[in-house]
Design a protein around this ligand. Structure first.
Ligand SMILES: Nc1nc2c([nH]c(=O)n2[C@@H]2O[C@H](COP(=O)(O)OP(=O)(O)OP(=O)(O)O)[C@@H](O)[C@H]2O)c(=O)[nH]1
Length: 132
């Protein structure tokens, strides 16, 4: 089975809320809420992937040393195995905007379970509850 490496980040604001992005219609798992991020392109370091994805998806600038590793997801989907490191970031520059038409929501860790997420993400929630 194919191993898919995706890198994601929990952006945390000054109130301890976490940013979720809603997968747009037409994509797999449309409507579910996920952490910003994406697939690692050949030759990229995971931090570079996140820096690129955060600029493309949200219009913000993040430095590699503001990305702290938190945990990872390992989940079997129907046609691939997802391995997804999750970073935490509390510092960025620029104003967050959904540049790909995706809805965005700042969510308190205790409210994360109110937002349907991809199945790979559910085991990550306790780590976020501990963090904030
Ligand atoms: N960015 C992100 N991707 C996630 C999360 N959880 C999760 O299962 N994934 C999966 O990881 C893959 C990320 O792909 P992507 O974000 O780069 O590309 P994409 O939306 O076009 O995916 P697609 O090829 O399934 O349509 C998707 O299969 C997505 O469903 C998450 O919290 N954040």
């Amino acid at each position: 089975m194919k191993l898919l490496l995706v890198v994601a980040v929990a952006l945390v604001d000054a109130d301890g809320r976490i940013l979720l992005a809603q997968r747009p219609p037409g994509k797999s798992m449309a409507g579910l809420w996920e952490f910003p991020g994406g697939k690692i392109e050949p030759g990229e370091r995971p931090e570079e992937t996140l820096i690129r994805e955060l600029a493309e998806e949200l219009g913000i600038t993040v430095k590699a040393d503001c990305l702290a590793p938190l945990t990872f997801a390992s989940h079997v989907y129907e046609d691939f195995h997802l391995l997804m490191p999750l970073y935490v970031c509390r510092r960025w520059t620029g104003t967050i905007q959904g540049r790909e038409g995706q809805a965005l929501k700042w969510v308190r860790p205790r409210q994360l379970r109110d937002y349907p997420m991809p199945p790979a993400d559910e085991p990550l929630i306790p780590f976020l509850l501990d963090l904030v």
